[in-house]
Write a protein of this length. Structure first.
Lengths: 295, 150
């Protein structure tokens, strides 16, 4: 039976924990709003890029001279997994779910006798993958200094990936990140970026506008060659933004749970504290009364 | 036919501008071109340079862009640029940053060239740099002020 003082201490410590988790939840909520806004604002560019790409790729994919970024190397033996995770923990299952998906993919690919290399972005994913896959790591991008996610960060990652593709380090590149569905739901997603997978535009209006017959200046092939590296960077940028929003969403939910847990624990401890206090008072009373009776 | 069309300047991070315009003058890779309402649909690669937009009141606005491409339609022009700024907002600092990335690209291309012998990559990177320098001179900024990392 813990003493009254022990109980009091425990209650206080849980209370201060609750204060911290509550504060973290609020910070995450504010950051989430900003991250969501950033993702929203980046959408027009990505949508248009996809729409134009879709129109161009349709024409070029049949031809022999289609760029390698679109047509692939003609092989799919070597895979590069680009795993995007966060720099900070305490975000619920955010990082684990991405890592889990990446791990499953890696196991499956290896089972098929394929080569797997991994490029990590964000410290948390690297830590979790280090034990099993440290041999497969090719590079790590540190985002801990990044205050505001910008396109240049995505471009740096894209340049690195494209360089490796040029030198023939891999045939297929896949991006792993959490797609932001809502505050309470983030879906770990694998998305192939090289060779490019062309999505049909979600926005019907844009899709229609692109299906019109275009003149291409200078030429379709030249534009496609210019566009494909940009499209890779854009996809990485989109993934980074979605990931950032997901991270804050996951953290918010996790911290909300933690705050509620702390509240439950406090009320349990307080009941126990009050019972022991009552017991102590009753015991003292009994002692006084029996002392008086003895006289 | 309407005498204006929709003009959108879109950067990866956000929509920079969305206004009705009478005319857009674009720096295409193969030469400048001008788009007015009723233009045939086209997709055009752009070099670093100045975009001039004439709005519905006839006022001209100028933007410096770092290259990209434009999608021209009968009734709209969408310009996708990685960096786009109003000419007034183009400071030496911003320009230096653009120069630096162009120089880096050229150096990377040259380094690759010795290994692979892809001459056209170097040529296009060199052209990019030259275009960037021309843009700087044109708007009165010094292309050589940036300290280029070696």
């Amino acid at each position: 039976m813990p003493s009254l003082k022990d109980l009091k201490n425990r209650i206080n410590s849980v209370k201060s924990t609750r204060k911290i988790t509550k504060a973290m939840q609020m910070v995450a909520a504010a950051k989430l709003r900003r991250a969501e806004e950033a993702a929203q604002q980046a959408r027009p560019y990505a949508d248009r890029m996809n729409a134009v790409m879709a129109g161009l790729a349709e024409k070029a994919s049949g031809s022999e001279s289609a760029p390698r970024l679109l047509a692939g190397t003609g092989d799919d033996k070597r895979h590069l997994l680009v795993v995007l995770t966060s720099e900070r923990g305490l975000a619920g299952g955010f990082n684990s779910s991405i890592v889990k998906l990446a791990r499953q993919t890696a196991v499956k690919l290896r089972g098929e006798g394929k080569d797997v290399t991994i490029l990590t972005v964000g410290k948390k994913g690297r830590e979790q993958l280090k034990r099993d896959y440290s041999q497969a790591f090719v590079n790590h991008v540190d985002m801990s200094e990044v205050k505001r996610l910008g396109y240049e960060h995505a471009r740096d990652i894209a340049d690195d990936v494209l360089d490796r593709f040029e030198t023939g380090d891999f045939d297929v590149a896949t991006l792993f990140y959490n797609r932001f569905e809502s505050v309470i739901s983030q879906v770990p997603t694998a998305r192939q970026i090289i060779p490019a997978v062309i999505e049909t535009a979600e926005d019907q209006e844009i899709a229609d506008s692109v299906s019109a017959e275009y003149d291409y200046e200078p030429g379709e092939e030249v534009i496609l060659a210019e566009l494909l590296p940009r499209a890779v960077a854009t996809q990485i940028f989109t993934a980074l933004l979605e990931n950032a929003a997901s991270e804050q969403g996951a953290r918010m939910t996790a911290m909300d749970n933690a705050t509620r847990n702390a509240g439950d624990m406090i009320s349990r401890l307080e009941t126990e504290y009050n019972r022991s206090r009552q017991a102590a008072i009753t015991k003292e009373l009994i002692e006084i009364i029996s002392g008086a009776e003895a006289l | 036919m309407a005498d204006t069309m929709q003009f959108d300047l879109v950067a990866p991070e956000r929509n920079l501008m969305s206004v009705p315009v009478r005319e857009v003058r674009l720096p295409g890779t193969d030469g400048d071109l001008s788009a007015m309402p009723g233009h045939a649909p086209a997709i055009v690669n752009l070099r670093p340079g100045l975009v001039t937009v004439v709005d519905d009141k006839g006022t001209e606005h100028q933007f410096a862009i770092s290259g990209g491409f434009a999608e021209i339609n009968n009734s709209s022009v969408s310009l996708l640029a990685e960096i786009g700024r109003k000419r007034e907002d183009m400071t030496q600092e911003v320009f230096d940053e653009m120069m630096r990335s162009a120089v880096r690209k050229k150096e990377a291309a040259e380094a690759k060239d010795t290994a692979h012998g892809a001459e056209n990559i170097v040529a296009s990177a060199a052209k990019l740099l030259a275009d960037m320098e021309a843009l700087g001179t044109h708007i009165g900024l010094d292309p050589n002020s940036s300290t280029v990392p070696h």
